[in-house]
Design a protein around this ligand. Sequence first.
Ligand code: XIL
Length: 314
Amino acid sequence: PPTLAELAQRHGRYFGSATDNPELTDTAYTKLLGTEFDMITPGNGMKWYATEPQQGVFDWTNGDQIVNLARRNHQQIRAHTLVWHSQLPDWLTSRDWTATELRAVLKKHIQTEVRHYRGKVYSWDVVNEAFNEDGSYRETLWYKTLGPGYIADALRWAHQADPHARLYLNDYNIEGLGAKSDAYYALAQQLRAAGVPLDGIGFQAHLALQYGYPSTLEDNLRRFSRLGLDTALTEVDVRMQLPATDEKLAEQAAWYADLTKACLAVRHCVGITVWDWTDKYSWIPAFFPGEGAALPWDETFAPKPAYFALRTAL
Ligand code: XIL
């Protein structure tokens, strides 16, 4: 059968998966990772704690391992992520910074990392999770010290370091219309009007059966598309309260199909990435106790109804 990547390519889209360094020793895992997908996201390897563990000391080991693997498999990279409030190294969070100091730290981090991967990545999630649920700015280290202008600065610095990488803002709970996605819509309009290099918005799409399907997804993607921006579903998983039942797996499959159809229906929705492909390596059970079974293949790598639904929808 054709792979998900091949099916997506027929629509001019990609179909990707996140992966993480520890699981790359599992050869049955890397075999499917290397064949079924045409876009790869390092789940952790390019985050700040991994890439600049001491100030000014950069470590590309984990990111490079995934970039090299993807390259051998003729896959592109959605790089993730430069500016975030989470998974920061201690040296950055355990002291106070003046705005001048922190601006220099941020600029150096972005420019060094983006330059290192220049020409090797399709896109960067430049800023991750900048807004609260009500659409106000999240009170992160970056926002509190530098003010909202850190976002435009980060995009400009990244663009200088790799003019060909597609630059994204990325967040969760912005799949449907609402206060948080409105905040991105307003910010995107402002940034575009100011000539800031923003190419796309990433919709993480960490969905959960118990919260309902975001039925305004397609309309929401379309309004960003109309601003001239790319959109992408960047971290898809559909979790459920365990145990999984046939009913829940069928509903999950319908959600995977629906989100795929939504992306295909919107011009400039460039592709879909699942946040890893097998329940064996999903982040969900560790972060949402009692929940799981969120991905299209189960822990034994057997395809679930969600996988067959993806194939039908693509
Ligand atoms: C998760 C990783 O999958 C985990 O391994 C890690 O412990 C925590 O972060 N939103 C994001 C991703 O943008 O970076 C997060 O990845 C999941 C939520």
